[in-house]
Structure formats: C-alpha cells, structure tokens
Design a protein around this ligand. Sequence first.
Ligand SMILES: [Zn+2]
Ligand SMILES: [Zn+2]
Length: 276
Amino acid sequence: MPAAPAPTGLDAPSHPAPRSGPARVRTGNGLSAAETHSHTIASDGMVTAVDLVRAAASIGLTVICITDHDTIGPLEAAIDAGASLGIDVVAGEEVTCAFPPGVHVVGLFLERPVRMHMTIEDTVDAIHDGGGLAVIAHPFMPTWFASITERRLRRLLETRRIDGIEVRHTAPVLPGTWKRLDDFCAAHREGVGAMVAAGDSHFGIHDLGRLVTVYPGRGAADLRRAIEARRTSPLRGVVPVPPPLSMRLGQQRRSLLELNLKRWQGKVGGRRPARP
Ligand SMILES: [Zn+2]
Ligand SMILES: [Zn+2]
C-alpha cells in the first residue's frame, strides 16, 4: 500500500495565480483534490450544483461533495455535467443537530437525506444507516453555535466512531485553535477518522478550492476509500477572486432569512419526529 500523503501544504497557496483563467489546484503524482463541503441554491449557497461542477473542473478538482444544509437538492444535472467534465459529484448533507447548540455534522455519500435536529449521536447513526460517512464540520469555533466543542467531541467519541474531521476549515477561529485541533486529533487518532479540509463554498468559482482534501486516486470511489483508510490530507488550494458585495448580501439574506423560513415550513430538514 502506498504511503499516505503527508499533511503538509497549509502554509501557502499551492499555485500562484496564472496569467489568464482561474488558478488550478496542484497535487502530487497519483493524488487528486476534492472539495468535501459545499453549498448551492438548495440551501444558502448562491450557485447551482451545475455551476459548482463547472467551477470544480476549472480549478482542477476531481470530486465535489455537495453538502447543503439539511437537504439534498436535485443533483442529476450536476452529475451529467460532471460526467462530461471528469468531475464526480457526491451527494451529501450538512446536518444541523439539536439546539442548543445545533452542531453541524457533514454526511457524505448519502443515499437519502438525514433529518435535522437530532442528537449528535443519532445524527452520526443516521448518516451511517444511510450508507454515508460522518464528518465533524468546522470544530472548535469560538462560538458554540453550530460547532462542536472539544469536550463534547470527546464525549461523542466515547460511544461513536466518526469517519473524518474538518481539521482545517474556512470558518473564523481564535489564535491557537489549529494547534488545539491538531493536538486533539493526535490524541484521538483512532476515533476522529480522516483529516479533511473544508472550503465550505457558498459562492461557486468565487470561493471554491481555498482548502481542499487531497487523496490517492482520482474519482469518488477513491475518495471514499481514502477517507475510510484515513489517507487524506488538507491542502491550501487556490485564491479565488472574491464574490461581489451584492452576492455576499444575497447570501446573508438566504442564510439568515430564507433558509430558516424553509426549515420552519418543513421544506428543508426532513420529517419532524412523530409525537408520542
Ligand atoms: Zn456549518
Ligand atoms: Zn457549510
């Protein structure tokens, strides 16, 4: 078995901007780069799944995991577009667990949507029951909202196996967080699973590929095998041209108002638990 790729490459972009067209993510021989966490207009993203696939192709990714909040949007057109561009599309979901604190857990390779607002343990179980892999999203953020704390993660690992952890992500963190996270992963190597990076793209080409997950092989099946075998590494990818202000404001409106309204209306988040 070839050696796992070394967990390096986080200090600088892998590739300076080219003279024309978007920068491309560069990996070593036999390795590919995937985005394991991205959003579309099915939740609070600003682009379609097809747009994301095209963006992924233009920056040299091989797999894009579409992980909308509490829903799996229609992916057929994206899968078709991906087939012609050499991009594999993975169905995923960023599941909101019970409040407080509404921790986010990413399910990858899902065969069906996972209901929101369950305990973290039940969410991990539901992802596994649905054939998926459970990845802890943006851990150890300074606010307790949506992000698991060190203490809660330790408790989760006492009873559950997770498949991966976003050891680098684009959410805000306090100084010292990456070291704390690295120390935690080193101390819980068996429990935390694969080291993945999450770009958490909401703007397609405007923010895709800032952080990518590198893995041996090429397609989605190779990515899954690599996560299961813990042979992935985070890599700093490209520096995209940021989204215009109007797009940023539109995303805020989507995230704060429209997505919550859809949740309240039951259009996102799945079946509510039956009352006893
Ligand atoms: Zn999140
Ligand atoms: Zn997200």
